[in-house]
Design a protein around this ligand. Structure first.
Ligand SMILES: Cc1cc2nc3c(=O)[nH]c(=O)nc-3n(C[C@H](O)[C@H](O)[C@H](O)COP(=O)(O)O)c2cc1C
Length: 160
């Protein structure tokens, strides 16, 4: 396989950007992620690939659930703020106001246009990211007019 072409071709898979969060007891984790997709209508499943050596993945395994904050077009700064994890201070996550998710208690970014909570059902630990499959157990829509922040809009890459 030609490695350069592999990179080019795999980077043609379109993605959006999200801030995934988890809470277990007093511990909170957050990370900007892109490798996410719906995986079933009934039950409503999603799958996310989470870096196996990341803190978010460790906490998701312990908590058994997580939240996905859907970022809106134009919220590139918010995406960039979660490349190095998340820190909860004075009720704010990396400086952004949050509220607890009703099911998972994972932080929900008040400024993000939409969110959903996931209860983990299955995990595949094959490569350097684990594929976490889970059922969508709660959703919220703060701005029905918002369009998602696409990876292509940012000029960043994650994939190849
Ligand atoms: C454009 C972009 C997309 C990313 N997508 C993912 C992803 O899909 N899954 C993932 O685990 N990490 C992804 N990351 C990396 C995480 O944002 C980063 O590892 C995390 O915030 C670090 O926190 P942690 O190690 O404490 O978990 C991405 C990074 C960038 C720059």
């Amino acid at each position: 396989m030609d490695e350069k072409i592999r990179k080019h071709v795999l980077r043609m898979i379109p993605y959006a950007l999200y801030v995934a969060t988890a809470r277990h007891g007093d511990e909170v984790a957050a990370a900007t992620i892109s490798w996410l997709s719906q995986a079933s209508f009934q039950p409503p499943l999603v799958m996310a690939a989470l870096k196996k050596d990341g803190y978010l993945y460790a906490l998701v395994r312990q908590a058994g659930g997580f939240a996905v904050n859907v970022l809106g077009s134009g919220q590139k700064d918010m995406a960039a703020a979660f490349f190095r994890g998340g820190r909860l201070e004075d009720g704010k996550l990396n400086g952004y106001p949050v509220e607890p998710g009703p099911v998972t208690a994972a932080p929900l970014l008040v400024d993000a246009p939409a969110w959903f909570e996931v209860r983990v059902t299955d995990v595949v630990e094959r490569g350097d990211h684990a594929v976490v499959v889970g059922e969508v157990v709660e959703v919220g829509l703060r701005d029905p007019e918002a369009r998602p922040l696409l990876l292509s809009e940012t000029g960043w890459h994650y994939g190849g």
